[in-house]
Ligand binder design. Structure first.
Ligand code: 5GP
Length: 181
């Protein structure tokens, strides 16, 4: 842990701040979805830590499922992403809550929502830990937001850079030399 912490220039959101906010979100969603048994759909891999904490702060029964999509890098104009791992559950007539680590341009989410809507769920809502609103290219509804953050590349609490730093318990900004390789 110490060696990867050295790569972090600055802590943007501390472990305590994250836990307090995720607890609030868990309580809020539990209240909003009482009696509905929602499916929490985490988008792999960045949302796994958030999902694990969030579900433990929820007091209602939930189903958990996972979706993995390819990044649209190189295809940003179309916003088309590919499903690499589809859901195991049938979401017809179910209340779906998409769990995302971060909404940036909104292209990934908008594609996922469009795809899942064709399966006739009762309702789809979105819960994102982080929102980089200033970077939005497409308008996507984000129902629950942990924190709005500035346009900076962040790691930790599930989020990576070259598959590293997901296990940091806080959210931080990497030192410039690391990002430049
Ligand atoms: P969007 O389609 O909204 O542009 O991108 C969403 C995805 O891009 C996120 O789920 C995440 O995987 C990745 N992403 C966007 N910004 C960041 C960031 O600051 N740090 C990390 N680690 N991933 C990011």
């Amino acid at each position: 842990m110490i060696s990867i912490c050295r790569d972090v220039e600055r802590v943007l959101i501390s472990e305590e701040e994250i836990q307090n906010r995720v607890r609030e979100l868990g309580r809020q969603i539990s209240g909003d979805y009482r009696g509905k048994r929602p499916i929490l759909v985490a988008v792999l891999r960045g949302a796994i830590v958030f999902l694990c904490d969030l579900m433990r702060y929820m007091s209602i029964p939930v189903t958990v499922d996972f979706l993995s999509v390819s990044s649209y890098s190189g295809h940003i104009q179309t916003g088309v992403v590919r499903i690499l791992k589809d859901l195991d559950e049938n979401i017809e007539k179910r209340y779906v809550i998409l769990i995302e680590d971060i909404v940036d341009t909104g292209l990934t989410l908008s594609y996922i929502i469009k795809t899942l809507k064709t399966r006739n769920p009762a309702h789809i809502s979105v819960c994102a830990l982080l929102d980089k609103r200033s970077r939005r290219v497409v308008d996507v509804p984000v129902d629950y937001v942990g924190f709005e953050i500035p346009d900076e590349f962040v790691v930790g609490y599930g989020m990576d850079y070259n598959q590293k730093y997901r296990n940091l318990p806080f959210i931080g900004v990497l030192r410039r030399e690391i990002l430049q390789g």
